[in-house]
Design a binder for this molecule. Sequence first.
Ligand code: FRU
Length: 479
Amino acid sequence: MDMPQNVRYRAYSDWTSQEIQEINNNVKKSPWHATYHIEPKTGLLNDPNGFSFFNGKYTLFYQNWPFGAAHGLKQWVHTESEDLVHFTETAVRLLPDHAHDSHGAYSGSAYEIDGKLFLFYTGNVRDENWVRDPLQIGAWMDKEGKIEKFENVLIQQPNDVTEHFRDPQIFEYKGQFFAIVGAQSLDKKGFIKLYKAVENNVENWEFVGDLKFGGTGSEYMIECPNLVFVDDKPVLLYSPQGLDKSELDYDNIYPNTYKICQTFDTKNAELIGASEILNLDYGFEAYATQGFNAPDGRTLIVSWIGLPDVDYPTDKYDYQGAMSLVKELTIKDGKLYQYPVETITSLRDSEENFSEKSTTSNTYELEVTFPANDKSELLLFADDKGNGLRLTVDTKEGIVTLDRSKAGVQYATDFGTSRHCSIDKDETTANIFVDKSIVEIFINKGEKVFTSRVFPEEGQNGIQIVSGKPSGKYFELKY
Ligand code: FRU
């Protein structure tokens, strides 16, 4: 939502309790609140930050401007979870309250070291002429959630990047801490810088090199790069902006992409054997995905269900954005799969055979099989006038299509109203998680994923089978 700069950058302490109360009241009026997804209490939620395992629990922060549905003075909001399904928001915040993050505590990562959580993030600093100085800075968080920021800047803006230099991700590789940072070169190309912690001291970083990963494309900026390891294979997740459509078929304003690589040569800052660039998600919104290698060996990721520079129907209620389910990454037959963590089944409250339903709670999971040589069409968020979110699984042609043009309140239609991906011409499954205004579709247990918002109007909560012979289960989900 458009909002004047002086409102977006107003000091947190200047907002009166009455203004905050009004925002709170307005948020409550929305008919679209999710039940088992993280949403901001107020204001805008964007990137997942600091996703990690700390003090025996999972930690997940989110980027937030708390005073409305706009990108303003950002903070990190803390949540924690034991099962990666139920998250509790605590009172802990990484506030923009230091000279090194005066215009926003921007995105970053976290890692538990010696009983404390190291937070590595971008301090967005602007001078009186609004010229930006992006600083990579750090803090320690203790078990009580007390945050102590470092006085020293960890990485200053190098002289070969523009003001677009942000989103440090710390990771450990063979016992050594590394970090990658998204950057824009002086000739406006997106790239990634690799650093390492000198003597493994995370308060001291040195530059290793510009990360080589099989060639960057036409993007002008890479946001939120993440390097994770799946069965020892490096997987680079990133959000390139301005990528030419000839290099990758995508429709969203910016895609969220990945490359699977074979090995990581730390000396030469090179990911060797990188695949072509691929879409991480085929839905209408998934961005800034963050991942980490959990101590139990799983590779976990979570995505922002939202996109930069897009207005949403919830904006009038002073909030925007949600967090995806936590997904586990695996590689099968050389292909990357993403699927919600096993504990997600704990939300299943009741089970019945999949069939048409004139009304639902819009909080359910479908586990559906689409036979080979068939074309099935389902309507979710359906009403009795034939409106709804249309999912077409065509196993004859090998294509899945999601059409939002008749689903709820329309928005972002400039970017098209349908999305598609290819599948094998064979029996196909879909696990579909619906949560009031969110839908996450996992084709063939996560071989392809569609993450999207839908903002249903009154009475748009049915399921219709328009054609084909899908069969399976319907699970009512309860948080
Ligand atoms: C991505 C992003 C990051 C930045 C953050 C600011 O959505 O633009 O690059 O750190 O959001 O909120």
